[in-house]
Design a protein around this ligand. Structure first.
Ligand SMILES: [Zn+2]
Length: 327
């Protein structure tokens, strides 16, 4: 590696640490509805502002040994974890894409994925404030020369959204409950906008396999710890009277009317994301210990395809299935 290359490598990694530091603010504040620019960083306990020298990525957390300088309140290890993670991902992206015009897209994409993963893992939401701008940014980047052409990207966003919306709809018809988080389809659309539609199948495959392995492992560990068994669910009650049908499928409509209703049904008509009570109101849903959010697994699959699509397509027992990863 030449001297200049090493310099760029260090610089991009350092950029990743700083972006990670910013993402920590987003992850900590956005789900609580707080502004991410004002006020400046302060200790949530003693409210003392955090000086610049206590706000240096990774270093400050280590120097302070994960505690507030003033009141010794522990600072979550999430801070150093996110900073190092983004630093490493930026380094890997730089190694793959080099100092080219193809680099900014992946760097921005990584930022969106990390912020959304950590928020989803902690709060079980994928905020629209991040997913919607993310989709737009992915499309714009493809317009000015991202990883893929614009139509590849536009079709990716549409396919990602509609694919998971169909899963949601048929899951609802089949089980009368949420098959997947309502926000996941916006994340999948964002992934489609950045990676193009060809990559979506591979992303879903990787996300499902790894998410299932983790989910099963978690259940086994909980069993071993002798977690109190969940109380047996009461015998299946009669399914709620309310059923949902996509408007354009209602019986007795003319073809013209169906076509008119199609866009509304596909994109806007609400699909209940929780079981309904007798009044047709959604029952509040709380994750139990055996549930895991799917967003971080989608993000992991997307990162793997972003960084290693060619390796995956060549090395997996799936060799010859390059189409899965869009390579
Ligand atoms: Zn403090």
């Amino acid at each position: 590696m030449s001297f200049v290359e090493s310099l760029f490598t260090v610089w991009v990694t350092f950029l990743g640490l700083c972006v990670g530091s910013f993402l920590n603010v987003v992850i900590g504040r956005l789900p609580l509805g707080e502004s991410i620019v004002y006020p400046g960083s302060r200790c949530p306990q003693c409210k003392n502002p955090i000086a610049w020298y206590d706000n240096i990525p990774v270093v400050s957390w280590l120097v302070l040994r994960g505690q507030c300088r003033h009141c010794q309140t522990p600072i979550s290890p999430r801070y150093i974890l996110v900073e190092m993670l983004v630093g490493v991902l930026y380094l890997l992206a730089f190694q793959k894409f080099g100092w080219t015009l193809a680099l900014p897209g992946p760097l921005i994409f990584i930022g969106f994925l990390v912020a959304l993963s950590f928020i989803d893992a902690e709060h079980w939401v994928l905020p629209f404030e991040i997913t919607l701008p993310g989709i737009v940014v992915g499309l714009l980047l493809s317009w000015v020369g991202g990883l893929h052409g614009f139509y590849e990207s536009l079709f990716g966003a549409l396919l990602g959204f509609l694919g998971l919306r169909a899963v949601e709809y048929f899951g609802w018809l089949g089980f009368r409950k949420e098959a997947m988080g309502a926000g996941d389809k916006f994340l999948f659309a964002l992934i489609g906008a950045f990676l193009g539609w060809r990559a979506l199948l591979g992303v879903m495959l990787l996300a499902s396999i790894q998410g299932s392995v983790f989910g099963i492992g978690k259940i086994l560990v909980l069993r071993r710890k002798n977690e109190p068994e969940k109380p047996k669910e009461p015998p299946e009650e009669k399914p709620p009277a309310y059923t949902m049908t996509w408007e354009f499928l209602q019986p007795g409509l003319s073809i013209g009317r169906r076509l008119l209703l199609l866009p509304y049904s596909l994109f806007l008509q609400p699909i209940p994301d929780a079981p309904l009570d007798e009044q047709g109101e959604e029952v509040e849903w709380k994750p139990d210990l055996t549930n895991i959010p799917f967003g971080p697994w989608l993000a992991l699959g997307a990162l793997e395809v972003l960084l290693w699509a060619e390796v995956l397509a060549a090395k997996l027992p799936l060799a010859g299935m390059e189409f899965l990863f869009g390579t």
